[in-house]
Design a protein around this ligand. Structure first.
Ligand code: NAD
Ligand code: DAU
Length: 355
């Protein structure tokens, strides 16, 4: 079996669902269930004996040691993290705690477990660390896309904490020989994404007739990848990636935020014509910029394509349409995850982003 951490969050849950659709190999899913983790994301797996959910913290050595001893996974895939840049600006401590200290403790547990394995099992074992393109910093319009050799230059507490975790993972390979793999991916979108991130937030606000907040002038660029394509890339890297290597994952879909929001509004106009607010683009509101806002991210995914034959299946046009349709069909899920803590976060964050 494999051990997945953070598998009740957006990408982790998509990964677990896709994994069990493609394999019979069981998954132990360790998740702390922070505000971003939701067991409802895994509802389709209820009653499936191949999925074992364990609530817990990646930083809890005793808990993780016991899980590794009990389940003896052949691989650990680390999705668990604090993942939202705006939250890292409000409260960086949690990011250092989970992303740096948590990853360190997880690596210690995994190293201790791995050192007890027989030579053959040791060679076959993998620790795959899921990271982000944000560790590379910000690009100017004419700069080449991030490659695996681009120097790290993180700009937010979130990206700095992910960069630190990447360095620890690298060090555990070089120092102790732990068979690690690291992936650095661009912005994901798709089903089950918590509506604090741009795309689900805009869909959610548009359906509620609320302003669609665009930080700054909306010209910041992100490189968008449909979540199931990220999951297929991780499966590919786990199966065939060279130990100790880093693989960048991206969709070759660079868009300005304004383009993304206008596209969402146009699809909503078409798929939700009885909306009280038409056109949805009339809700677009430019607000105060994010502190330290990175201008542009772009991924050169040539290495994973050349070495492992991975390319994305969805274009931005097909993926974004599926995403809007999913949110329209899953309003109960949205209602559930946007109660309580979510409302508190939205009023706190957007009070600091006046129009
Ligand atoms: P998310 O915030 O939706 O989910 C994170 C999950 O981790 C949640 O289920 C949460 O409960 C869990 N978690 C948090 N702290 C934990 C802890 N200490 N112990 C155990 N579980 C804990 O995040 P996501 O968007 O699904 O991102 C998953 C991973 O992918 C992160 O490592 C992130 O840095 C990386 N990533 C995300 C994107 C993106 O666009 N969302 C892109 C590239 C890489
Ligand atoms: O690049 C990968 C990263 O992508 C991941 O590592 C992070 O976990 C993930 O959160 C994401 O980070 P971003 O900061 O790029 O994503 P977010 O959805 O928060 O913002 C996307 C862009 O939209 C960014 O330029 C900021 C802007 N934005 C965001 C929000 C929430 C707005 O203009 N308005 C908003 O209300």
């Amino acid at each position: 079996m494999i051990l997945v951490t953070g598998g009740a969050g957006f990408i982790g849950a998509n990964f677990v669902i896709d994994w069990l659709a493609a394999h019979d190999e069981a998954v132990v899913n360790l998740d702390k269930l922070t505000y971003a983790g939701n067991l409802e994301n895994l509802r389709s797996l209820q009653g499936d004996a191949r999925h074992v959910f364990e609530q817990g913290d990646i930083g809890d050595r005793a808990r993780v040691d016991a899980l590794l001893q009990r389940h003896r996974p052949r691989a650990v895939i680390n999705f668990a993290a604090e993942s939202h840049v705006d939250r890292s600006i409000h409260g960086p401590a949690e990011f250092v705690q989970t992303n740096v200290v948590g990853t360190f403790n997880l690596l210690e547990s995994v190293r201790a477990h791995w050192s007890t394995l027989a030579a053959e099992e040791q060679a076959a074992f993998r620790f795959l660390h899921v990271s982000t393109d944000e560790v590379y910093g910000s690009l100017d319009p004419a700069d080449p896309a991030f490659s695996e050799t681009t120097a790290y230059a993180p700009n937010s507490p979130y990206s700095a904490s992910k960069a630190a975790s990447d360095h620890l993972v690298r060090a555990y390979h070089h120092t102790y020989g732990l068979p690690v793999l690291t992936t650095n991916c661009s912005n994901n979108y798709g089903p089950l994404q918590f509506p604090e991130k741009l795309i689900p937030l805009v869909i959610h606000n548009a359906l509620a007739g609320k302003p669609l907040p665009i930080y700054g002038d909306g010209s910041n660029v992100r490189d968008w990848l449909y979540v199931s394509d990220h999951c297929s890339a991780i499966r590919r890297v786990l199966g065939a990636g060279r130990v100790g290597e880093v693989y960048n994952i991206g969709g070759c879909n660079e868009k300005t935020n304004l383009e993304v929001v206008k596209t969402l509004c146009a699809i909503l106009d078409e798929l939700h014509p009885d909306s009280p607010v038409m056109p949805h683009a009339s809700l677009i509101t430019f607000v105060k910029d994010r502190a330290g806002h990175d201008r542009r991210y772009a991924i050169d995914a040539g290495k994973i394509e050349r070495e492992l034959g991975w390319t994305p299946s969805e274009t931005f046009e097909s993926g974004i349409r599926k995403t809007v349709a999913w949110y329209l069909e899953n309003q109960d899920w949205v209602k559930h995850v946007t109660s309580g803590e979510y409302r508190h976060w939205v009023s706190r964050n957007y009070a600091e982003h006046p129009a």
